[in-house]
Design a protein around this ligand. Structure first.
Ligand code: FES
Ligand code: FES
Length: 139
Protein backbone atom coordinates (compact mmCIF):
# COMPACT_ATOMS: atom_id res chain seq x y z
CA UNK A 1 0.00 0.00 0.00
CA UNK A 2 1.26 3.46 -0.90
CA UNK A 3 1.73 6.15 1.67
CA UNK A 4 -0.15 9.04 0.16
CA UNK A 5 0.16 12.68 1.05
CA UNK A 6 -3.13 14.47 0.94
CA UNK A 7 -2.93 17.72 -0.98
CA UNK A 8 -5.37 20.55 -0.65
CA UNK A 9 -7.51 21.70 -3.56
CA UNK A 10 -5.59 24.98 -3.61
CA UNK A 11 -2.23 23.27 -4.12
CA UNK A 12 -3.62 21.17 -6.93
CA UNK A 13 -5.36 24.16 -8.48
CA UNK A 14 -2.17 26.28 -8.50
CA UNK A 15 -0.10 23.32 -9.66
CA UNK A 16 -2.40 22.70 -12.61
CA UNK A 17 -2.90 26.39 -13.47
CA UNK A 18 0.21 28.15 -12.24
CA UNK A 19 -0.06 31.96 -12.37
CA UNK A 20 2.57 34.23 -13.82
CA UNK A 21 5.01 31.67 -15.16
CA UNK A 22 7.72 33.46 -17.07
CA UNK A 23 10.86 35.44 -16.91
CA UNK A 24 12.01 39.03 -17.29
CA UNK A 25 15.33 40.64 -18.21
CA UNK A 26 17.47 40.32 -15.11
CA UNK A 27 19.65 43.22 -16.26
CA UNK A 28 16.77 45.69 -16.29
CA UNK A 29 17.29 48.37 -13.60
CA UNK A 30 13.70 47.92 -12.37
CA UNK A 31 13.76 44.11 -12.19
CA UNK A 32 14.78 42.23 -9.06
CA UNK A 33 15.66 38.55 -9.36
CA UNK A 34 15.67 35.97 -6.58
CA UNK A 35 17.20 32.61 -7.39
CA UNK A 36 17.17 30.15 -4.52
CA UNK A 37 17.63 26.43 -3.97
CA UNK A 38 16.25 24.14 -1.31
CA UNK A 39 19.03 22.17 0.36
CA UNK A 40 16.48 19.58 1.53
CA UNK A 41 15.58 18.40 -1.96
CA UNK A 42 17.65 20.27 -4.56
CA UNK A 43 14.67 22.07 -6.08
CA UNK A 44 15.30 25.53 -7.54
CA UNK A 45 13.03 28.56 -7.76
CA UNK A 46 13.49 31.79 -9.70
CA UNK A 47 11.16 34.64 -8.82
CA UNK A 48 11.35 38.08 -10.45
CA UNK A 49 9.63 41.36 -9.71
CA UNK A 50 9.36 44.51 -11.78
CA UNK A 51 9.16 47.54 -9.49
CA UNK A 52 8.14 51.14 -10.11
CA UNK A 53 11.18 52.94 -8.67
CA UNK A 54 9.22 56.10 -7.82
CA UNK A 55 6.67 54.31 -5.61
CA UNK A 56 8.38 50.97 -4.85
CA UNK A 57 5.17 49.22 -5.96
CA UNK A 58 5.58 45.85 -7.66
CA UNK A 59 4.06 46.10 -11.15
CA UNK A 60 4.62 42.53 -12.19
CA UNK A 61 5.91 39.26 -10.74
CA UNK A 62 6.88 36.08 -12.56
CA UNK A 63 8.45 32.77 -11.59
CA UNK A 64 10.07 29.64 -12.90
CA UNK A 65 10.30 26.73 -10.53
CA UNK A 66 12.15 23.51 -11.16
CA UNK A 67 10.69 21.57 -8.32
CA UNK A 68 7.83 19.77 -6.70
CA UNK A 69 4.16 20.65 -6.99
CA UNK A 70 4.13 22.37 -3.61
CA UNK A 71 7.03 24.61 -4.65
CA UNK A 72 5.26 25.49 -7.89
CA UNK A 73 2.02 26.25 -6.02
CA UNK A 74 3.92 28.32 -3.41
CA UNK A 75 5.65 30.44 -6.02
CA UNK A 76 2.41 30.86 -7.97
CA UNK A 77 0.63 32.15 -4.85
CA UNK A 78 3.48 34.53 -4.02
CA UNK A 79 3.43 36.09 -7.49
CA UNK A 80 -0.31 36.73 -7.04
CA UNK A 81 0.13 38.20 -3.58
CA UNK A 82 2.95 40.62 -4.35
CA UNK A 83 1.57 42.40 -7.43
CA UNK A 84 0.40 45.87 -6.48
CA UNK A 85 2.15 45.75 -3.10
CA UNK A 86 5.22 47.75 -2.06
CA UNK A 87 8.56 46.04 -1.56
CA UNK A 88 8.33 46.83 2.17
CA UNK A 89 4.99 45.06 2.41
CA UNK A 90 6.20 41.92 0.68
CA UNK A 91 9.26 41.66 2.92
CA UNK A 92 6.70 40.77 5.61
CA UNK A 93 5.45 37.66 3.77
CA UNK A 94 6.19 34.57 5.83
CA UNK A 95 6.44 31.01 4.64
CA UNK A 96 3.90 30.10 7.32
CA UNK A 97 1.35 32.37 5.58
CA UNK A 98 1.91 30.53 2.31
CA UNK A 99 1.86 27.12 3.96
CA UNK A 100 -1.36 27.95 5.76
CA UNK A 101 -3.01 29.33 2.63
CA UNK A 102 -2.19 26.19 0.67
CA UNK A 103 -2.61 23.83 3.63
CA UNK A 104 0.80 22.33 2.91
CA UNK A 105 1.54 19.06 4.69
CA UNK A 106 4.39 19.25 7.23
CA UNK A 107 6.91 17.47 4.99
CA UNK A 108 6.33 20.21 2.39
CA UNK A 109 6.93 23.21 4.61
CA UNK A 110 10.38 23.78 3.12
CA UNK A 111 8.73 24.31 -0.28
CA UNK A 112 6.98 27.43 1.04
CA UNK A 113 10.27 28.52 2.63
CA UNK A 114 11.76 28.52 -0.84
CA UNK A 115 9.09 31.01 -1.97
CA UNK A 116 9.71 33.30 1.02
CA UNK A 117 13.45 33.22 0.38
CA UNK A 118 12.94 33.89 -3.34
CA UNK A 119 10.74 36.97 -2.92
CA UNK A 120 13.12 38.42 -0.32
CA UNK A 121 16.11 37.78 -2.57
CA UNK A 122 14.29 39.48 -5.46
CA UNK A 123 13.56 42.57 -3.34
CA UNK A 124 17.20 42.72 -2.17
CA UNK A 125 18.40 42.45 -5.76
CA UNK A 126 16.14 45.34 -6.80
CA UNK A 127 17.24 47.46 -3.82
CA UNK A 128 20.89 46.81 -4.61
CA UNK A 129 20.36 48.17 -8.10
CA UNK A 130 18.77 51.35 -6.75
CA UNK A 131 21.77 52.07 -4.53
CA UNK A 132 24.31 51.92 -7.33
CA UNK A 133 23.94 55.49 -8.69
CA UNK A 134 24.32 56.95 -5.19
CA UNK A 135 27.50 55.00 -4.58
CA UNK A 136 28.92 56.29 -7.80
CA UNK A 137 28.12 59.87 -6.83
CA UNK A 138 29.90 59.59 -3.50
CA UNK A 139 33.10 58.27 -5.09
FE1 FES B 1 -4.52 31.43 -5.23
FE2 FES B 1 -5.16 31.82 -2.82
S1 FES B 1 -5.74 30.12 -3.99
S2 FES B 1 -3.74 32.94 -3.94
FE1 FES C 1 11.65 20.54 -2.16
FE2 FES C 1 9.19 20.92 -2.59
S1 FES C 1 10.11 19.00 -2.17
S2 FES C 1 10.76 22.36 -2.83
Amino acid sequence: QFVRTKYSDRIIEHYENPRNVGSMDKNSPTVGTGLVGAPACGDVMKLQIDVDPSTNVIRKAVFKTFGCGSAIASSSVVTEWVQGKTIDEVMGIKNSDIAKHLALPPVKLHCSMLAEDAIKAAVRDFMGKQQQPQQQQSL
